[in-house]
Design a protein around this ligand. Structure first.
Ligand SMILES: NC(=O)C1=CN([C@@H]2O[C@H](COP(=O)(O)OP(=O)(O)OC[C@H]3O[C@@H](n4cnc5c(N)ncnc54)[C@H](O)[C@@H]3O)[C@@H](O)[C@H]2O)C=CC1
Ligand SMILES: O=C(O)[C@@H]1CCC=N1
Length: 276
């Protein structure tokens, strides 16, 4: 097929984030013009059935889709790029969500001049509350960023940053949902320790997390102000905050996010075995 005959998008790698993006895009616009290319035949069949999209091989994906969205692990990106090098041409836009992998590395593996956009999405795209952060590669212009942004805006908010901020973004919003789920798990455990039924403890904490998130987004107030409004003199909250400080929770979170950043940088340097 000629470059001009192509339309739509192929998601290459239908794992956790590939499915989160696929489900949101199908929910917003329907399956028309969306293809999925997945290494595991069982997984490909599952996604095709669940979302009503064709499962295709890499050559077919490149022949039919204008946008190729790479959603494989950084460890698998080298093998995928080797295969893509023969089927990508000037009519494609390549969008990569692989943590740590630079647009430079992708450009070097593909035909000269291929436009590449690096994106760090997150799994709340599943519920249209994703946070996706975009950076342009050397051959990607405003029109390519606009095209990638239009795709990702269907499943949440979008920001643009210079690429040298992407490892930090990965550590904050890419991995970020895991930190919140971890905190919720711990708080539900505390409810159980205090004798509440698990289901009730989970309902209380999830609604509290949601309400707090909406307040942070919509009140325009600093989290410190919002926290102070909960913290009555001589009350329960300050007793809890003292324990959080005593156990170094703030320092632990900073160290954790610093470690995620370091790992993103490291993944960008990994050539990968492609065996995962
Ligand atoms: N899981 C998350 O929350 C996020 C993940 N990412 C990035 O997305 C990428 C994928 O992550 P996950 O979805 O968590 O991993 P995953 O392991 O769940 O999914 C990767 C999928 O790619 C498939 N695959 C591997 N090589 C392939 C190939 N050559 N052709 C077609 N399919 C192939 C695998 O079979 C697997 O289903 C990673 O690079 C990660 O850094 C980015 C943001 C958030
Ligand atoms: O854990 C990871 O490596 C991926 C990248 C950001 C979220 N998940």
């Amino acid at each position: 097929m000629t470059p001009t005959g192509r339309r739509g998008l192929a998601i290459i790698g239908g794992g956790k984030i590939g499915e989160a993006l696929l489900s949101g895009l199908v929910r917003r616009g329907g399956p028309d013009g969306i293809l999925v290319c997945e290494r595991s035949p069982e997984r490909a069949a599952q996604l095709a059935e669940r979302y009503g999209v064709p499962a295709v091989d890499l050559a077919d994906a490149a022949a039919r889709a204008r946008v190729l969205l790479l959603a494989v692990k950084p460890q698998d990106i080298g093998t995928l790029l080797d295969r893509l090098a023969d089927v990508v041409d000037e009519g494609h836009l390549v969008v990569s969500v692989a943590a740590g992998v630079t647009t430079r590395r992708i450009e070097d593996a593909l035909p000269e001049g291929t436009p590449v956009v690096r994106v760090m999405p997150n799994t709340p795209a599943l519920v249209d509350e994703g946070m996706s952060v975009l950076s342009a590669g050397a051959h990607a212009g405003e029109e390519h960023l606009d095209e990638a942004e239009a795709l990702l805006a269907a499943v949440g908010q979008v920001r643009r940053v210079p690429e040298d901020q992407q490892d930090a973004v990965t550590a904050l919003s890419g991995s970020g949902p895991a930190y919140f789920f971890y905190l919720v798990e711990a708080m539900v455990d505390a409810g159980i320790l205090l004798g509440l039924p698990r289901a009730l403890a989970a309902d209380l904490i999830v609604q509290t997390a949601l309400g707090s998130a909406v307040m942070m987004r919509e009140s325009g107030e600093h989290p410190v102000q919002l926290r102070e409004a909960v913290t009555s003199p001589g009350g329960t909250t300050i007793a809890a905050v003292r324990e959080l400080e005593r156990h170094g929770v703030r320092a632990a979170l900073i160290a954790a996010i610093e470690a995620a950043h370091a790992r993103s940088v490291e993944l960008g340097r990994t050539k990968g075995t492609g065996t995962s």
